[in-house]
Each structure stands twice: as structure tokens, then as C-alpha cells.
Design a protein around this ligand. Structure first.
Ligand SMILES: Nc1ncnc2c1ncn2[C@@H]1O[C@H](COP(=O)(O)OP(=O)(O)OP(=O)(O)O)[C@@H](O)[C@H]1O
Length: 668
């Protein structure tokens, strides 16, 4: 127990004003005599010793202490700024309709770890969450690989979405095949060059280079622990402050999604257990489910099918999902192992099938009951905060991105799966872009995946996306698609700072490690407008830099496969880049809109084809039925009329999208 004496004589006025500014005036007397230095290094475990026990106050105190840790020591004696909660609230997302998606239980069944759903409670929480103001993004506490104590206070991330790339090493098969490593990660760990081998019609080989920039690029030597420290650790304070965090891993099959993703949840669970340790009123629950096509399966409840429902307030609920209360890391690992085994046994061919589903693992921090002797009486209302979600993180292992291109496979099942994955990845991209822009409208209804992840895109939420790539020549096309997808997610952000996408200039420079032994290869590099490699492609540019920035390039879209980024400069669209540069007339906003609309139109067209095929099948069935003896011609006519009318509606809706896109193209 701390005593005033032990803590030394401080300046009570300073600590007192901090507490008052933080809305913790009622606790000021408990910190009397506490020196500012001691106060600044308070740990969560100490809060109770000073009589700070309510969750709200703990969160306020946590944010206050973190905000005090930010200034340089010389500033410590000064009064801190008002806690960020009052001063720097981030723009509010889609404030209405915040909802805990998982089955919202008020009562954990002790011993079983199961949770049950109560519609009234769901409704009550909806109102609570709606009232709940978002909290700021506090400083990130990064931990060393093996320690459980915070080792450093990292700078608070300034973006709601962080996009990282991880390159895996060449595997044995690729090495045996003598595949080249075509991914060159730059020493700044923020960019990479793809050396794409190409062949001209006269069979001359050459290399096309694509330089891309991200928040972080992890080379082959980066460990999973370092990945955790860079991606997950900075999001932890958001969870502790009552927010939502999510981590997405995507890439083609075999690119290392699972290798990257698997170690993250257990380590995160460890940190969460550290956080709740010593607090009597916080529980951690885990839930795991899989989205396969349009179906959702609970992987911790015998693959039970679960559904999402929209309530009267247009909020989306995942109904029937079980959350397991966990007390230690061993339990977490057991559940995760079980979920992984159910996921693979639920599919036919482990690898390819697992890539066709999205798997979502959630850790939720919930207010726990402070169980009194005899428990609650059944006729008495439980405390209002009991069971309330007070922080959550989701790990989303996405379906293999190459599957989106399967849309035109001969196999109907494959085609349908491909279309679903395509749709969900496209919808996810749009949601993350909207999140990054603090957009009021998050298009989460675009797919089942984004619907269930709705809360990850609203309110106080942060996300990290890890794009996994194989370095080999044979995976070049898929890796480029993955990178373009990731690049596109960050595109809006880049536009607000400085563009990393510069016109391509011919360069004779070559990277000897990459294909220097092959003759006749051309080398291209994305350079700044001065002809020099862009030194700060993603950082904040000065106004002068902004002025020098070339306008966005016009794109040429010819038979573009899914997710290809229009802004990646290649030989084929080089000329158009310079056209745009000269004219300087094309606004980035217009180009943005056109790109966006193009994605929408292409996706809508594919969907229309799928629907048309479905209509044709139904019409053929109608014909077959009407040929049967005793069939009703009236039923045939009315069913056919309905089908034709739906079909006409679909075509008409697509036509208006197409017309709008055509207009945008003409105005471009
Ligand atoms: N960074 C890495 N370092 C070393 N080995 C790796 C790395 N990433 C992946 N691997 C290895 O590559 C293989 C494929 O990785 P993984 O299973 O994670 O791919 P995946 O993208 O999850 O595939 P799928 O979509 O089929 O599930 C595994 O044997 C894995 O051990």
C-alpha cells in the first residue's frame, strides 16, 4: 500500500489539477501528497489502491496517465493539457447504430463460459453505445517479445488504418523450381519494388518495376514478435480505452496469412490478461466464426450455423454466436486450436477450402459481475453495466485473394465462391477506405463480412491490414494483385499527404540482384518529378512539395483483372501519365470517383451475369414444369412474369450505374 510518506512530498496542486481536468475531481483527495513523477508512472494495478475502482474512472485515469507520459520531462511540472478525451476527440464515425455484434449476453453461465442472448439487453446496449462518445487514441504501449511489462511508450498512431505488407521467404518448391525472388524490400521498411518479369511479342524478356509504399513492409527476416509489436501492440490502448481494433490478414493461398496471423491472438490474449489482472470486474471472452459464402459458422459451437439480423433500429446483430469466457492463455490456446481443427475438418481439401472462407477470432473485454455471496436474486435487475463490452479486438484471416479471380471458372461452386469472396473483399476495401477518411457513411452492407464487422468500422475503431505476399516469379500476378488491393486501401490517405504514385520515367538504373543476368530487360523506376527517387513518398509533404506534385494520372483500363490498382504506373499507361501532367486539368477527386465507379460497375456487371444465369435456370425449370401433365399454365404465367420483372429491374438498375459511369468517364 502506498502512503504519502512513501511517495514523498509532491506538489499536490499539480496532481490535483490534472485530476480535476480529467473529470476525476472526486478522487483528488485520494492522491493528496502524491508526487507528479509518481503519478505519471501509475500502473493499472495501482488504481484500486487509490480507491479508483469504477471502470469509467479507471479509463479516465488510464488516459490521463498516458497523456502525461507524452511530454518531455522538462514539461512534466506544467499543467497537462486537458485529457485528450475532452480535447481531441476524433471525428465521430457513424454514431448511430453502434452495436456489439456478438451474442449480447448479460449473464455468463459460470463454469461453462457460455453466453446467452437477450434481446432487451441488446437493445439496452444499443442505446448505451449510441450515447457513448468515442475516446481518443492514446499512446501505444509497446512490449518486448517476452516481457509482460510495458517497455516503451510508442507514439500514438495517427491513422485509423495501417496497411502493412509481409514478404515470406521462397519455399522449397519455389527454390527447386529456381524461381526468382522478385520482391525487393527497401531499407526504409516502408516501400518495396516488384520486379515483374515480362516478355515482348518478339519474345524479348524485360523487367517491369513497380514501386509501392505502405505504412510498413516486413522483409523475410522479420519475426512474428516484431510484427506483433508493430501491428497489434499500438492498438491495445484503443481497446483498453473502450474502442474496437481489428487486424486483417490477406493474400493468395500459401502467401503466409496463417503463419502471420496464428501467433497474434495468443500473444494479444496474454497482453489482455495482463491488463485485466488485478481487476475484479473485467472478463475476457473469445469467439471464433467462419464466413463461408453467405453462411456463418460458429467454430466454438460445433459449427452451428449462425445468422445476422437487423433490428428495428437497423443495427446488425450476430445471433447465436457463443462467446467463451477465458481465464488464462492455456484456455485460449485450446479454443483456438479447436477452432482451427473444426475449420479444416469442416472443409474437404484443407488448404484450398480454408482459403475460401474468412475466419474471425474475437477477444472481448466485458464488465464482469462482482459476485456477491448468494449471487443475484432472479427477480432483481442486474447492475446496468454488467456484461457490457468495454473493448474488443478481432483477428480476420481473409479468404485467399486469388479466389476472387475464379469468377469465371467452369465449376459452378468455384465460380459462386469466387464471386462471393470477390464481393466481400471489394466491400471490405470500401469500408476501410471510408474508415480511413473518417467518412460518415461506411458501406458495411456491401457483404456479409463487412456486415458482421460493422462495429470495426464505426465509433472509436482502428484497424491494421497485413498483406501477405510470396516473393516468387510464379506468384507475381497474384502478389501484384494483393499489393494493389492494399495500396488502394491506403490511396485516400496518400492523397491527403503526398502522393507516392509518380509518373514513370525511363531509367537505365538496374538492380543487379534482380535479373541482372538476363539480357534485353528494360528497367523502369518510379521517380519523383525531379527524376530522383521520391525520398518521402508517404510522409507528410510540405506545401511546396504539394505544389510540385503532378496531377494524378489518367488510367487505361483494358481487361483489368480484379483489384488491379489503376495508379500503378507501367509502360502501358506511361504516356497517359504525361498527358495528364501536361494538361494539369484532371482533379484527383474526379479520378477517384471514376476509379470507384469503375469498381462498382465491374462488380455489378459480374453480379448481373450471375443473376442472369440463375434466372435462366429458373426459367428452364418453369418450362420443364409446365410440360408436365397436370401443370398449371396460370402458375407458369405468373411465375414467369415475376421472374422477368425481377430480371428487368436488375438490368435497369445496372443500366443506370453504367450510364452514370459513362458520364463520369466523359467528364474526366
Ligand atoms: N514469413 C514466413 N517465414 C517462413 N515461412 C513462412 C512464412 N510465411 C509462410 N511460411 C510458410 O509457407 C507455407 C504457407 O503459409 P500459410 O499456410 O501461412 O499460407 P496461407 O496464406 O495461410 O495459405 P492458405 O490460404 O492456403 O491457408 C507454410 O508452410 C508456412 O510455414
Amino acid at each position: 500500500m502506498h502512503s504519502s510518506q512513501a511517495l514523498g512530498v509532491g506538489n499536490p496542486a499539480v496532481v490535483n489539477s490534472w485530476l480535476v481536468n480529467a473529470g476525476l475531481k472526486h478522487h483528488a483527495n485520494k492522491f493528496e501528497g502524491v508526487e507528479p513523477e509518481v503519478f505519471r508512472s501509475l500502473l493499472m494495478q495501482d488504481y484500486a489502491k487509490y480507491g479508483v475502482t469504477s471502470l469509467e474512472d479507471k479509463q479516465k485515469l488510464f488516459r490521463l496517465v498516458k497523456s502525461l507520459q507524452m511530454p518531455a520531462p522538462a514539461d512534466v511540472q506544467q499543467l497537462p493539457r486537458k485529457p485528450a478525451a475532452e480535447e481531441a476527440r476524433p471525428p465521430q464515425g457513424n454514431g448511430g447504430g453502434l452495436l456489439d455484434l456478438e451474442a449480447e449476453d448479460e449473464f455468463h453461465e459460470e463454469g461453462t463460459g457460455l453466453c446467452t442472448t437477450s434481446p432487451e439487453i441488446v437493445q439496452k446496449r444499443v442505446s448505451e453505445r449510441e450515447k457513448q462518445a468515442p475516446v481518443p487514441y492514446p499512446a501505444a504501449v509497446s512490449r518486448s517479445a517476452n516481457a509482460h511489462q510495458p517497455t516503451a511508450v510508442a507514439k500514438a498512431p495517427d491513422a485509423k488504418i495501417k496497411v502493412c505488407v509481409r514478404k515470406r521467404p521462397l519455399n522449397k518448391r519455389e527454390r527447386d523450381r529456381r524461381d526468382d525472388d522478385i520482391m525487393e524490400v527497401h531499407s526504409n521498411q516502408r516501400s518495396l519494388t516488384v520486379h515483374e518479369p515480362k516478355q515482348k511479342v518478339d519474345l524479348t524478356k524485360y523487367t517491369e518495376r513497380h514501386e509501392l509504399h505502405f505504412d510498413h513492409v516486413f522483409d523475410v527476416n522479420i519475426s512474428n514478435n516484431e510484427i506483433y509489436d508493430t501491428t497489434i501492440a499500438p492498438m491495445l490502448p484503443v481497446i483498453y480505452a473502450g474502442g474496437r481494433a481489428s487486424c486483417f490478414a490477406f493474400g493468395q493461398t500459401g502467401s503466409g496469412k496463417t503463419y502471420t496471423m496464428n501467433p497474434l491472438p495468443p500473444r494479444c490474449a496474454n497482453d489482455l490478461f495482463d491488463y485485466v489482472a488485478g481487476q475484479e470486474n473485467m472478463d475476457i471472452t473469445v469467439s471464433v466464426y467462419e464466413i463461408y459464402g453467405s453462411k456463418i459458422f460458429d467454430l466454438l459451437n460445433a459449427r452451428n450455423s449462425i445468422v445476422i439480423r437487423e433490428d428495428g433500429k437497423k443495427n446488425v446483430n450476430v445471433v447465436g454466436l457463443q462467446e467463451k469466457k477465458v481465464k488464462g492463455i492455456e484456455e485460449v490456446e485450446q479454443y483456438l486450436t479447436h477452432a482451427a481443427s473444426v475449420r479444416s475438418t469442416g472443409c474437404t481439401g484443407a488448404n484450398s477450402e480454408s482459403s475460401r472462407s474468412h475466419c474471425i477470432t474475437n477477444f472481448t473485454l466485458r464488465m464482469a459481475p462482482v459476485v456477491k455471496r448468494g449471487g443475484f436474486r432472479s427477480n432483481r435487475a442486474p447492475p446496468p453495466e454488467f456484461g457490457k463490452v468495454v473493448g474488443k479486438i478481432s483477428f480476420i484471416d481473409l479468404a485467399g485473394s486469388e479466389r476472387g479471380a475464379d469468377t469465371y471458372d467452369n465449376n459452378k461452386q468455384t465460380r459462386m465462391e469466387g464471386a462471393q469472396i470477390n464481393k466481400s473483399l471489394l466491400a471490405l476495401k470500401e469500408c476501410i477506405r471510408a474508415l480511413d477518411q473518417n467518412s460518415k457513411h461506411i458501406p458495411f452492407r456491401g457483404s456479409k463480412l463487412t456486415e458482421v464487422l460493422r462495429e470495426s468500422f464505426t465509433g472509436h475503431s482502428v484497424s491494421v491490414m497485413i498483406a501477405n505476399i510470396s516473393p516468387s516469379t510464379s506468384c507475381c500476378e497474384n502478389s501484384l494483385n494483393t499489393l494493389r488491393y492494399a495500396d488502394r486501401v491506403k490511396e485516400m490517405k496518400r492523397d491527403r499527404s503526398s502522393s507516392s504514385v509518380m509518373p514513370v520515367r525511363e531509367s537505365r538504373q538496374s538492380v543487379s540482384k534482380y535479373h541482372s543476368n538476363q539480357e534485353g530487360r528494360q528497367s523502369k523506376q518510379i521517380l519523383s518529378s525531379s527524376g530522383q527517387p521520391n525520398p518521402n513518398p508517404i510522409g507528410m509533404g510540405s506545401k511546396a512539395d504539394e505544389a510540385k506534385k503532378p496531377p494524378r494520372s489518367r488510367r487505361v483500363s483494358v481487361g483489368r483483372p480484379e483489384w488491379k490498382h489503376p495508379e500503378i504506373q507501367t509502360e502501358s499507361n506511361k504516356e497517359n501519365c504525361f498527358d495528364a501532367e501536361e494538361s494539369g486539368k484532371k482533379s484527383s477527386g474526379t479520378a477517384e470517383k471514376v476509379d470507384y465507379e469503375e469498381e462498382i460497375v465491374i462488380a455489378a456487371h459480374k453480379q448481373l451475369i450471375e443473376e442472369t444465369m440463375e434466372f435462366v435456370r429458373k426459367e428452364m425449370k418453369l418450362l420443364a414444369d409446365v410440360d408436365q401433365p397436370g401443370s398449371s399454365i396460370e402458375k407458369y404465367v405468373s411465375d414467369l412474369r415475376q421472374l422477368l420483372s425481377k430480371r428487368a429491374n436488375g438490368i435497369s438498375s445496372f443500366e443506370s450505374k453504367l450510364a452514370s459511369f459513362e458520364t463520369s468517364l466523359q467528364n474526366k
